[in-house]
Write a protein that binds this ligand. Structure first.
Ligand code: ATP
Length: 270
């Protein structure tokens, strides 16, 4: 479901067990987002304000969206996803209004989580140039900051931002009471890749020669999204050979194909 630039899911179907290799990050987001939504009294009793917003940063395809969806699912919160770049590209002159509407909707549908993907597109540090596009981005950012400052953070609206470019963010966005928890979501290490291979082959029939440890060793530098693509591609190789059981060889061909494609892409997107 998509209204203007945002999508609403009443309850995403992602759970923590669908996320590989991010145990520490899951723990952190549960503490910062899930706990205040489920046990607001706890924070009142202790006399502290719960975090309002969490920023997830790291390379593309590492599970930032998955984390946000899983925490929404766990809390039964409404999940509202907006994409920073779409705000300012598609709706010139409307960015600020859309921000206002998203927050309004989040309050109506509370408990809710606003997930802002590609946050850098609306929250990049100011540069010296002053084109009308930049001013539009500025207005959108100002509206976002004022919405974040304006709502009561004992309330049941939480904001999760995501970016691949934390280095270019305006420091104003990271101040206390805004995105005040910062969680790095890196590329998976060896153990993480083993787990992610397991997750994305759950529904596949695998030949006995498939060894996740070997596949993980061969895919250093791959993201979770790459591993998902490898599993799909391995399945495609099996289908082309008229098999329904996927073998080691299918995976190796898939790894070659996906890892090669990956290298041709530029290092940083956005
Ligand atoms: P982007 O910055 O490009 O928006 P992202 O970090 O939000 O990327 P996701 O959208 O969460 O990435 O991941 C894309 C897909 O890759 C997911 O739907 C999932 O299938 C797979 N994936 C990524 N990371 C993981 C992970 N840690 N465990 C399992 N699957 C993963």
């Amino acid at each position: 479901p998509s209204v203007y630039g945002f999508e609403i899911y009443d309850k995403p179907d992602v759970s923590y067990s669908d996320i590989g290799g991010l145990n520490k990050q899951i723990e952190e987001i549960r503490e910062a987002v899930e706990l205040p939504l489920l046990k607001p009294k706890l924070f009142e009793e202790v006399g502290i304000e719960p975090p309002k917003g969490v920023l997830l940063y790291g390379p593309p395809g590492t599970g930032k969206t998955l984390l946000a969806k899983a925490v929404a699912n766990q809390t039964k919160a409404t999940f509202i996803r907006v994409v920073g770049s779409e705000f300012v590209q598609k709706y010139i002159g409307e960015g600020a209004r859309l921000v206002r509407e998203v927050f309004q909707l989040a309050k109506e549908k509370a408990p809710s989580i606003i997930f802002i993907d590609e946050l850098d597109a609306i929250a990049a540090r100011r540069t010296s140039s002053d084109t009308s596009g930049d001013r539009e981005v500025q207005r959108t950012l100002m509206q976002l900051l004022s919405e974040m400052d304006g709502f009561d953070n004992r309330g049941d609206v939480k904001i999760v931002g995501a970016t691949n470019r934390i280095d270019i963010l305006d420091p104003a966005i990271l101040r206390p009471g805004r995105f005040d928890r910062i969680i790095e979501v890196p590329l998976p290490n060896y153990e993480g890749r083993v787990q992610i291979f397991k997750i994305h082959t759950r529904k596949m029939k695998l030949a006995d020669d498939v060894d996740f440890r070997e596949l993980a060793e061969m895919t250093e530098g791959a993201s979770g999204a790459d591993i998902k693509a490898i599993a799909t591609e391995a399945g495609m190789f099996a289908i082309r050979n008229e098999k329904t059981i996927v073998s080691r060889e299918d995976f190796i061909k898939a790894i070659e194909k996906i890892m090669k494609k990956d290298k041709k892409l530029p290092e940083i997107k956005g």
